[in-house]
Every structure is written in C-alpha cells, then in structure tokens.
Design a protein around this ligand. Structure first.
Ligand SMILES: *[C@@H]1O[C@H](CO)[C@@H](O)[C@H](O)[C@H]1NC(C)=O
Ligand SMILES: *[C@@H]1O[C@H](CO)[C@@H](O)[C@H](O)[C@H]1NC(C)=O
Ligand SMILES: *[C@@H]1O[C@H](CO)[C@@H](O)[C@H](O)[C@H]1NC(C)=O
Ligand SMILES: *[C@@H]1O[C@H](CO)[C@@H](O)[C@H](O)[C@H]1NC(C)=O
Ligand SMILES: *[C@@H]1O[C@H](CO)[C@@H](O)[C@H](O)[C@H]1NC(C)=O
Ligand SMILES: *[C@@H]1O[C@H](CO)[C@@H](O)[C@H](O)[C@H]1NC(C)=O
Ligand SMILES: *[C@@H]1O[C@H](CO)[C@@H](O)[C@H](O)[C@H]1NC(C)=O
Ligand SMILES: *[C@@H]1O[C@H](CO)[C@@H](O)[C@H](O)[C@H]1NC(C)=O
Ligand SMILES: *[C@@H]1O[C@H](CO)[C@@H](O)[C@H](O)[C@H]1NC(C)=O
Length: 495
C-alpha cells in the first residue's frame, strides 16, 4: 500500500506499536533499503508514524529519509557506511564535511541522536579496526566543533561474534586478537558517554548451537526448570538467549576493566521464511520472537547480571529486503511488505502485557475542544487506532447523545484502554484528557469500567502519539458517512 494515495482502509492492522516506556527502554526498528520497490521516504515515515515507531536506525545518511523524518517525533540513528569509514578515519576534514552535510544540516528538526559508524567492522574487516577508531574520533571532534556533541553520540555496532565464547556470560571475553582496538573503542565510548552498540541474533545462536539450546530459549518462551540455562559462576538463570548475549557483552566489557558503558541492541530479529535447509525461519517463530522481544524490552529490566540497566533494542527490520544475497532467510527479516501489509501478525493484546492495579483512569474528550480536531481524532481512533467503536453506532448504547464530543470520548477511551500498556497515549492533538470519573451512563459502558469487556486497567504513562492524524478516513467529509465506513473497516481492523 502506498500511503497518502489510495486511502484504503488500514492494512497494517495486525501490526504492533513500538514505543518509549517508563523506564527509558524502547524498541526501534532498522530500515534496510535493499528492496526492489522501496516506498518513498515520506511514505516510509507515514508507515512509521502509523505504528507510533519512535526510534529508527538508517544504514546510511539518505537525504530523502533525513528530510522526511524532520518534525516526525522519531529519533534517528544515522549510519556511516563501511565504505565511508576509511575516508573519515584518515581525514578530519572529511569527517567535518560528513557531519555538516548529514547531521548539522538536519538538526534539530530531524532528531539525530546517534551516528553508527560502520557495520560490524571489527569482525567483518578486522584490519580496519584502527581506522574505525580514528573515524569515530574524527566524527566526535567535528561534533564538538559544531557544539553538537551533547546531542549526538558516536558509536559503532559490533557483531556478537566479537565475543569468542559467550557462554557462560560471566566468563565471556572479547576476541583477544582485537584487544587493543576494543580497548580504544571502549575508552572512546566511556569518554563520550556513548553506548556500546551490539548486533545480537538469537536466531544465529540457535542455529550455530546445533541443538545445544532449546528453541524456546531463543524465542523468550518459558522453559521448564530442567532446561533452564544457568551460569555456573553466578547462578543466574537465563530465560532468553538475548539476555545472555547482552550480559556476555557487559562481562566482556568488564573483563577489560570498563564499567558504566550501557549496551544498546542495534539489531535483533528473526526471519519469517527461509530455504529448505532453514526450517526455523518461520512466520510463527518470527512472530513469537518479536512479540516477546517487545514485551521483554518494555519490561524495563536489564539482563540478570545487570538488571538495573534497561536494554533498548532495534528490530531487524522494517521491510523484507528482497535484493539481499545469501540464503533465502536473508531476504525475510522484515515485519512489513512494502505495500504496508504485515508479514505476520504481532499480538496487540494489551491486556496480556500488564496487569497493574493503578487507579483507574478514563480518557475522554475535552468539552471545549475544537470540533474539527475532535472529529479527526475520532476518525483516527476508530480507524488506525483500532478502537472498538461499535457502541457509538446508531442504535447502540452509546450513540446518544449523538455528538462528536460524546462519540470521541467513547472512542478515545476505548483506544486508550487497549493501547495504553503498549504506550498509547491520551492526547489526540490535545483534545483528550484523563479522568478518574467513570464516564459510563445508562447502558453505555465505557471500556475499562468494571462491567465492560476489557476490564484490565493499565498503569498510566502518557507519551503523546506523534502524528496519528493521517490515514483511512481523513479525506472523507461528512460525519455520517464515516460511520458507514467504520462498519466496512471494522471487520478488517478487528480481523
Ligand atoms: C530527541 O531525542 C532525544 C533522545 O531521545 C530526546 O531527549 C529529545 O527530547 C528529542 N528531541 C525532540 C525535539 O524530539
Ligand atoms: C579472533 O579474531 C581473529 C582476527 O580477527 C580471527 O582470525 C579469529 O578467528 C577470531 N577468533 C575467534 C575464536 O573467533
Ligand atoms: C586481552 O585482554 C585480556 C583481558 O585483559 C587478557 O587476558 C589477554 O591476555 C589479552 N590478550 C592479548 C592478546 O593481549
Ligand atoms: C559525560 O557525562 C559527564 C557526567 O555525566 C559529564 O560531566 C560530561 O561532560 C559528559 N561528557 C560528554 C562528552 O558528554
Ligand atoms: C521482567 O523481566 C524479568 C526477566 O525476564 C522477569 O524476571 C520479570 O518478572 C519481568 N517483570 C515483569 C513486570 O514482567
Ligand atoms: C502486499 O504484498 C504481499 C507480498 O507481496 C502480498 O502477499 C499481499 O497480498 C499484498 N497485499 C495487498 C493488500 O496488496
Ligand atoms: C495493588 O495490589 C497490591 C497487591 O495486590 C496492593 O498491595 C496495592 O495496594 C495495590 N495498589 C493499588 C494502587 O491498588
Ligand atoms: C465491540 O464492542 C461490542 C460492545 O460495544 C462488543 O459486543 C463486541 O464484542 C466488541 N468487539 C470486539 C471485537 O471486541
Ligand atoms: C455491573 O455489574 C453488576 C453485577 O454484575 C451490576 O450489579 C451493576 O449494576 C452493573 N453496573 C452497571 C453500570 O451496569
């Protein structure tokens, strides 16, 4: 689907949403572009906004993407390609020009927060280790010269393969033949308050383990006690391979006597399809992995050995990259097709994710809100927002009083109760507000009130949806007509 053109009913219905949460850990997504029918930059940004994706990583500094991301509310990691590393490492002025062209030119409207220098340089081009460190230093100095160094950090994603023996995590160390480079890398990260960027793939760990590790362990699924993976030195139980990988990285950093460098997972994911010799690359496993990953990250705790350090993660990746070479699975890491449809459904079941017993809060329309904005918000909530608006249809319990304010209150609240634990907010361009007063009346029961079907209330943590006001209904005039359209769209939304 090309956003902004057809205005079809939402088709990424079953997809999930990625957000910031309370503890500061977030889920982002990588955007690889080896795609034969890549949507335009502005269409990609619309897709991101539809899913309230708050963090993306680009593999380069594509001008169109950086422009389209401006004022989107999305934080951006820009990439220095491996091909660019040499030039930037050898020449401070090349580095300065790179910063000026690809970073300074877009700040602050495009919120560039990190520069990721190269991709797994220390394992893919070990000889370039020294030049990588030069490149990072040159870029950092150029940021300092532009007074951007507090806003933009420099780091370099590394492969998990840089750690020679990752299990048990407590004894993991970096490949000692890269000691001096890694030492300099860590020194740089420490000095600049930057994070260690880790590409960690339980999929590969599982395959390479050749049956040592249970599939469930790789997919964050619960394990029976006999199968639990325990570090014999610390006695920590590892429920997921990703946790073990992140801890192995922390312990490896510690083995070089560094501390206080946070680990950020810049790539992780699971392919949804593969060749005949790749039986574990299935949509079912990919769905389980990413769904559980989101849950795990939003939980806000770190791995067992460093539980106080929440770990953010970028899913690999947004689209299937059909032009990539290698095994079939290599083309199938995406969560979306380029037409915007989901490759596999990811659970939106908010109530599964949180059973907090905080004071009940309802999200309702402000009485004095601008009616046009209310209408837009109403349409969005019942459309892309996937609220269940059947109760405000004619003849249903919440139809009367037949006003936009009343209907918007119902829709906003239904959206909020469903999406809240996933980061959905009560804002709707400032037309919504939270209340502890149960707005139910007569037989009109608001979602979240004790008798309604979705009774679980979710703890408040409001973060404004950036720009939820585009999509299915926005160009269709007329209040009544939209209700008819909901009826058409709802079965799709609720599929
Ligand atoms: C940019 O991103 C940083 C880090 O997430 C955040 O603190 C800041 O508020 C963002 N700035 C804007 C203008 O969104
Ligand atoms: C360590 O790195 C060296 C050089 O990069 C490589 O040849 C070697 O295979 C690596 N060792 C392990 C165990 O991965
Ligand atoms: C690398 O560092 C580790 C930990 O400090 C040390 O034990 C090892 O001997 C070093 N290896 C080399 C080749 O310097
Ligand atoms: C790093 O953080 C420390 C304290 O949090 C601060 O004093 C220092 O200026 C920061 N350095 C950079 C380069 O951001
Ligand atoms: C968060 O994850 C940790 C580790 O998997 C788990 O022990 C803890 O119970 C989880 N907390 C919540 C609130 O889900
Ligand atoms: C989107 O693309 C996928 C894969 O090419 C295809 O299976 C699906 O039917 C398409 N959906 C729509 C609505 O065009
Ligand atoms: C939440 O539940 C716990 C135990 O079930 C209870 O101790 C606590 O007071 C409750 N908090 C609220 C805000 O109801
Ligand atoms: C939508 O809400 C109505 C009641 O208003 C309920 O009967 C129906 O089952 C709900 N649909 C879904 C899919 O939750
Ligand atoms: C909610 O359910 C209880 C019993 O199940 C009933 O007594 C009460 O009247 C209901 N409240 C509303 C507002 O319908």
């Amino acid at each position: 689907m090309r956003l902004g053109k057809g205005k079809k009913c939402p088709v990424f219905l079953l997809l999930f949403m990625l957000f910031h949460v309370t503890f500061g850990a977030y889920v982002g997504i990588n955007i690889g572009t080896d795609v034969s029918d890549l949507p335009s930059a502005s269409d990609i940004v619309s897709i991101l906004q539809t899913h309230e994706i708050t963090h993306v990583r680009l593999y380069d500094a594509d001008l169109h993407m950086l422009k389209a991301l401006s004022n989107s509310g999305i934080d951006v990691i820009v990439g220095v390609t491996n091909e660019e590393v040499l030039g930037i490492g050898l020449s401070p002025s090349t580095a300065a020009a790179w910063i000026s062209k690809n970073v300074a030119a877009y700040l602050p409207s495009t919120n560039i927060t990190y520069i990721a220098v190269g991709s797994e340089v220390l394992t893919s081009i070990p000889n370039a280790g020294r030049v990588l460190i030069y490149a990072m230093n040159n870029l950092h100095k150029a940021l300092v010269a532009s007074n951007l160094n507090f806003q933009v950090k420099v780091s370099a994603p590394q492969s998990m393969n840089l750690i020679t023996k990752a299990f048990p995590p407590s004894t993991a160390t970096f490949n000692s033949s890269s000691n001096s480079t890694i030492y300099q890398l860590l020194q740089f990260l420490k000095n600049t308050n930057s994070s260690y960027m880790l590409n960690a793939y339980p999929y590969h760990g599982f395959i390479e383990g050749n049956g040592i590790f249970p599939l469930d362990y790789s997919l964050f699924q619960p394990l029976p006690p006999v199968k639990q993976i325990v570090d014999p030195n610390t006695l920590f139980h590892y429920n997921s391979m990703l946790d073990a990988m992140v801890d192995a990285t922390y312990y490896s950093i510690g083995a070089l006597s560094f501390s206080g460098i946070p680990v950020m997972v810049t790539e992780t994911g699971w392919p949804s399809s593969g060749g005949v010799n790749e039986p574990d690359a299935t949509a079912e496993n990919a769905q389980a992995f990413n769904d559980n990953l989101i849950r795990r990250v939003l939980n806000g705790t770190g791995p067992p050995g460093h539980s106080e350090l929440p770990v953010s993660a970028y899913i690999y990746e947004l689209f299937n990259e059909d032009k990539r070479s290698g095994p079939v699975s290599e083309k199938n890491w995406g969560v979306l097709f380029t037409n915007g449809t989901a490759v596999y459904p990811l659970s939106l079941s908010a109530s599964d994710r949180n059973t907090a017993n905080s004071t009940s809060a309802f999200c309702v329309a402000k009485q004095d809100a601008d009616p046009d904005k209310l209408l837009t918000g109403l349409n969005w909530a019942c459309g892309q927002g996937q609220a269940n608006c059947s109760a405000v249809q004619q003849g249903q319990p919440c139809y009367m009083p037949n006003s936009v304010t009343n209907h918007a209150s119902y829709a906003y609240n239904d959206y909020y109760q469903r999406m809240h634990s996933l980061g959905g907010t009560c804002d709707f361009q400032g037309t919504a507000t939270l209340t502890t007063l149960n707005p139910s009346y007569g037989s009109c029961l608001f979602t979240g009130s004790s008798n309604s079907s979705l009774g679980v209330l979710l703890s408040p943590s409001a973060l404004a949806p950036s720009n939820p006001m585009s999509g299915c209904f926005s160009i269709i005039p007329g209040y009544k007509l939209q209700f008819i359209l909901w009826v058409i769209c709802l079965p799709l939304v609720l599929l």
